[in-house]
Design a protein around this ligand. Structure first.
Ligand code: F6P
Length: 374
């Protein structure tokens, strides 16, 4: 799809969808200041697609951008539950009065009406795979859209890096460095559970950065024996502690992922969590080594973006605006082989970019004695 170049696009919208991550505001700033500088006006959609459905759209100006580069979260708000193609519009009474069934409707047309009423001619959508899927729907319906991928999980298909990831890795690394010193003092095994959904990128990178003795990721199902052996051998060699970095999606061979909660109102209802606690119990019982666990959770998603994420966010926001100006829409900005490029908005839909067993970082970690439990 192609649209007229910058002078003809007078008004754009910007939206942040899905779970937040550090660097969203830096992208918003890059997009808004670039747009204003070439004579466009900008509106911001509040709380992701929910705000678009509910017509919560506001003007954004230069003053709104002051001081947001280094601020975590998103000044627009976000939402990871609202899919305009399948939006809950009613629910039958719960048992015993009814079956509790939720009724869904396609409200994409309503969203487009809200944008048209504000004179919006194109939209920059910042989000993960779910957000891109909806963005692709709007694009097919005729709205020029450019996507910017975000997630701490770094699992978006078609791009080798997403902003927010490096900050999450830095946060997790610092937390594990801290866990190491207390584990040393008490001669314990310390298990640190990190986020990442079905992808082990955070665990792999933060585990290597903190010198974790054991790294467990969803892509490599683990057995307990190599972990026990590692802990016992370390004790025999006089090592004071063992640090285990486990991804929330890590799974024992032949077992299942541990689910912390199921949120039926979310398009992606499964929330993982609990494997760290489970591991600590198994390890203590089998080895006799006192074990503790820490779940880093949303600490990894919050706070100020790292310098590298601010830089990446600014580059991605700028590239999105370049695509808009060139009329290259229905595209998502991506990084491939270290270079900025763009891919079809549909490409990330329903897919995840996982760690491959041949990843050089896995090889490097094994070379320094790290166990992956396989
Ligand atoms: O996708 C980002 C992420 O932080 C995952 O790592 C995690 O599994 C999930 O979102 C948590 O979602 P919520 O904020 O809904 O609990």
């Amino acid at each position: 799809m192609s649209i007229a170049t910058c002078p003809l696009v007078k008004r754009i919208a910007v939206l942040t969808g899905g779970g937040d991550c550090p660097g969203l505001n830096a992208v918003i700033r890059a997009v808004v200041l670039d747009a204003l500088s070439c004579g466009m006006s900008v509106v911001g959609v509040e709380d992701g697609y929910l705000g678009l459905i509910e017509n919560r759209i506001r003007d954004l100006g230069e003053n709104d951008m002051v001081g947001i580069l280094a601020r975590g979260g998103t000044i627009l708000g976000s939402n990871n539950k609202s899919n305009p193609s399948k939006f809950p519009v009613g629910q039958n009474p719960p048992p015993p009065l009814g079956d509790g069934k939720i009724t869904y409707a396609d409200v994409t047309g309503k969203c487009l009406d809200h944008l048209r009423a504000r004179g919006v001619q194109a939209m920059v959508v910042i989000g993960g795979d779910g957000t891109m899927t909806s963005a692709a729907t709007f694009s097919r319906m005729g709205l020029p859209v450019v996507g910017v991928p975000k997630t701490i999980d770094n699992d978006i298909q078609g791009t080798e890096i997403t902003f927010g990831f490096q900050t999450a890795v830095d946060t997790a690394t610092e937390a594990m460095d801290r866990c190491r010193t207390t584990a040393d003092s008490h001669h314990r095994a310390m298990i640190v559970e990190v986020m990442g959904r079905n992808a082990g990128w955070i665990a792999l990178h933060a585990g290597v950065a903190s010198g974790a003795d054991v790294i467990l990721i969803p892509e490599i199902p683990f057995r307990m024996e190599p972990i026990y052996t590692k802990i016992i051998h370390r004790g025999k060699r006089g090592r004071k502690s063992t640090l285990v970095c486990v991804s929330e999606g890590a799974v024992p061979l032949g077992g299942a992922k541990i689910v912390a909660r199921v949120d039926p109102t979310s398009p992606d209802p499964i929330r993982l969590g609990g494997v760290g606690k489970w591991l600590a119990e198994q390890i203590e019982e089998a080895t006799g080594v006192e074990s503790r666990y820490a779940v880093l959770g949303h600490v990894q998603r919050g706070g100020t973006p790292s310098a590298s994420d601010r830089v990446l966010s600014t580059l991605l926001g700028n590239h999105a605006m370049k695509l808009l100006r060139e009329g290259k829409v229905g595209r998502m900005v991506a990084v491939q082989h270290g270079r900025l490029t763009d891919i079809d908005l549909d490409e990330p839909a329903g897919r995840q970019r996982l760690v491959t067993p041949g990843d050089p970082l896995i090889e490097a970690a094994r070379a320094v004695g790290t166990t992956f439990g396989d």
